[in-house]
Design a protein around this ligand. Structure first.
Ligand code: GLC
Length: 716
């Protein structure tokens, strides 16, 4: 084991000869004289780590995963999995995010930078024992120390590099559905949003737009005027966001397939032939995203669609998902032939079932193909978790070759820490279940902790049929997540805002309009989180240190000024909310609502009707809003509305930038520093515009500690 310092707070332990994942951008090279801390480590054919947890220790992190914010009590597997049934007993989802923090008798963070399977048994088999199994002998392990959760997360986010930043329009509402079959249908959907005055910034195209599910192709029949469709929609601020799948269809004459073969860009089997698997297009080869040339080749292919006006993509099936492999299907047929010879009974029936069920995402398939990396041929299984990551990287590098200074929207299904620098993620095929709004809520801070700031779930659920109340409540949550996309599976009930009765439609419309009103705040807080290596969505226990704040898992902090307490159960017209300090409750029916109430520190039951949701403004903080608009391009930035809860003094810096270029990386941005103070009957508002923000007027509503409401206008 070689030991290195990265900073005073972070040490790295290099065991064996680890594969370079590029998750960490600063790995440090100064020798560290201390011992490996906290966990007991055994290095054999695999690496096993054990830590005795104190009864009150809490464990946070592990990114995209099942269960709660505190991960204790269950077992999780880091192995990117295409499993569309996120039931509670599942151990892994699409991402592999091996960073966690233990808070308790020792408070520290750990990142296991290993690209294959890692199992985290967080007190599942033995309640007090945290056992980690790394399926291999070569890894980097990082230990991150700090005074607080917040500091540890901050230190970790610093070494993995800053989050991807999408264009600002990607903070708008995005409508999606697997099954928008033609350009006409897409345009009809767009027009309906416009007619009904429901804001919209993007429509995702699922597989339906392609010719026979072929990547980078367009169905001439169904999307004949793709580029003019793009143009027409963009005039209304609506972008088309096509899906790109990992598998490339095997078909003579298909340019991408033929180029891939000619260039040796596909992952290979043990005989050095391109590996064959089947996914949506039927038989496919997988681009070898771990190979630099293949990555560059694939990345440049996005250009065709970009030349047609596309500015955003979603990368899918990149765990990679495998429906079956050639070898797998042959074996299955052999087994079935054998089974046919037997008398059909319960045993043979279940064997038949297993034979078929084991075809999909079979570990043997992952073990049967190889990547041509700079360090030679590597078995896929050994780098499984960084395959999707490298597809995201391929796309991002491809965009750079087109226009290095332009931001493209990009989000992926599979991911590994490090991919957060190249794109966002969505949380995969959830269902229209109340359980999954809960999962969505609890996953957000864990994702943020692992660097995935631009993320969100399929709002209203992907699988199953949505019910109207869940649609309302889910939108009321998703307006606070950076990626706000409503997506659903083929054959499920429609779930666009206008798929419901008029009353529900109106509530959802007001909710989406509210999202547009708070984009100035969300964008400002998101960008500050990116620039300062902080989380954007946080659990209460990051900011508040009292016992209860550490336990609350159904309230979240969004940026620095507000807390939300979503309703996530059917037929609820209110809920208990824990306020760790006095807060200002704003009950929102729409962005003009004026229903304010000071909620004292402690436990409170808050009535919340179906057509409203709550926003809690923290003490001595403020929320900055604009006006809703049909799309982000129509947002009028001249007037901002401020709602401030001021006991004595509140300060806020509103960050903004051009929203489209990468100039923000050079520190080119604008901001307004706002200070509001209240002293008995007097108040003072000071606003300094530092840059070229168009803001001319601030409509300020101050709610004082005593509950007095003061309205004022500041001209800039
Ligand atoms: C996968 C994706 C889903 C998509 C579907 C069809 O299941 O996760 O979002 O709609 O494939 O492309």
């Amino acid at each position: 084991m070689r030991k290195y310092y990265i900073t005073e707070k972070i040490s790295r332990y290099e065991i064996g000869n680890p594969i370079e994942t590029e998750a960490v951008i600063n790995k440090g090279d100064k020798n560290y004289p201390g011992d490996f801390k906290y966990f007991n480590i055994e290095i054999g054919n695999e690496i096993n780590l054990n830590y005795k947890m104190n009864k009150d220790d809490k464990v946070y992190g592990l990114g995209q995963n099942m269960r709660g914010i505190n991960k204790r009590g269950y077992i999780y597997e880091s192995f990117c999995s295409d499993d569309p049934c996120h039931t509670p007993e599942k151990k892994s989802l699409y991402g592999a995010h091996n960073f966690f923090i233990i808070e308790g008798s020792n408070t520290f963070g750990m990142f296991i930078d290993f690209p294959s399977k890692v199992t985290f048994d967080v007190g599942y088999n033995v309640r007090s024992n945290f056992h980690i199994n790394i399926e291999g002998t070569d890894t980097n392990i990082y230990i991150i120390e700090g005074e607080s959760l917040k500091e540890i997360v901050h230190e970790f986010l610093k070494i993995i590099g800053k989050s991807y930043v999408p264009p600002k329009w990607a903070f708008g509402y995005i409508q999606s559905r697997w099954g928008y079959k033609t350009g006409n249908e897409v345009e009809e959907i767009a027009n309906k949003f416009i007619e009904k005055g429901i804001p919209l910034d993007g429509i995702c195209l699922d597989l339906d737009y392609m010719d026979d599910y072929k990547d980078f192709s367009l169905s001439e029949e169904r999307f004949s005027d793709f580029s003019s469709l793009n143009k027409r929609l963009k005039e209304n601020g609506i972008k088309i966001i096509p899906i790109i799948d990992a598998g490339v269809k095997i078909e003579e004459g298909y340019d991408i397939y033929e180029e891939g073969i000619r260039g040796n860009y596909f992952a290979v089997d043990k005989n050095n032939n391109p590996f064959v698997a089947a996914v949506w297009p039927g038989k496919v080869h997988f681009p070898d995203f771990l190979n630099k040339d293949a990555r560059l080749w694939f990345g440049r292919k996005y250009k065709g669609l970009i030349d047609n006006g596309v500015e955003g993509f979603w990368n899918d099936m990149n765990e990679p998902a495998i429906f079956y492999s050639e070898g797998g299907i042959e074996e299955a047929y052999r087994n079935i032939d054998e089974l046919k010879k037997l008398e059909l009974n319960v045993d043979s029936f279940f064997k038949l079932m297993d034979t078929v069920n084991n075809l999909k995402n079979n570990v043997n398939d992952y073990k049967s193909f190889y990547h041509k990396t700079e360090n030679g041929l590597v078995n896929h299984y050994d780098v499984h978790n960084i395959y999707g990551y490298n597809m995201t990287k391929a796309a991002s590098e491809g965009f750079d070759t087109i226009d290095e200074n332009k931001r493209f929207l990009l989000f992926s299904r599979a991911s590994y820490i490090g991919a957060h620098r190249y794109g966002g993620i969505w949380t995969g095929d959830n269902s229209s279940w109340w359980e999954h709004i809960v999962l969505n809520m609890k996953m957000m801070p864990s994702l943020n902790m692992c660097g995935f700031l631009y993320s969100g779930a399929d709002t209203c659920g992907f699988g199953s049929n949505i019910d109207p109340e869940l649609a309302i409540r889910w939108n009321q949550l998703s307006i606070f997540t950076p990626l706000y996309r409503n997506h659903s599976a083929l054959g499920t009930k429609d779930q666009e805002p206008f798929a419901f009765d008029l009353e529900v439609e109106k509530i959802i419309k007001n909710t989406i309009r509210f999202r547009y009103a708070i984009i100035p705040y969300l964008y400002s807080e998101f960008m500050k989180a990116v620039n300062n290596s902080d989380m954007f969505i946080k659990q209460l226990g990051i900011e508040y240190q009292d016992k209860l704040s550490k336990e609350v898992e159904d309230q979240l902090l969004i940026g620095d000024s507000i807390m939300i307490a979503p309703i996530y159960e059917p037929n609820k017209r209110g809920r208990y909310v824990y306020t760790p300090e006095d807060m200002l409750l704003w009950k929102v029916k729409d962005h003009t609502s004026k229903d304010f109430e000071i909620i004292k520190k402690g436990h409170n039951y808050i009535d919340i009707d179906i057509n409203e949701f709550s926003v809690f403004i923290r003490k001595n903080k403020m929320l900055v809003l604009g006006e809703p608009a049909q799309s982000t391009k129509d947002i009028n930035s001249e007037t901002l509305n401020i709602i401030a809860f001021v006991e004595n003094e509140a300060e806020y810096t509103l960050y903004d930038d051009d929203g489209i270029s990468n100039d923000y990386k050079k520190g080119i941005n604008s901001s307004i520093d706002i200070t509001i103070s209240v002293d008995r009957d007097k108040h003072n508002i000071n606003a300094v515009n530092k840059g070229n923000l168009e803001v001319k007027r601030l409509n300020v509503t101050i709610i004082t500690g005593e509950g007095k409401i003061i309205s004022d206008v500041v001209n800039l």
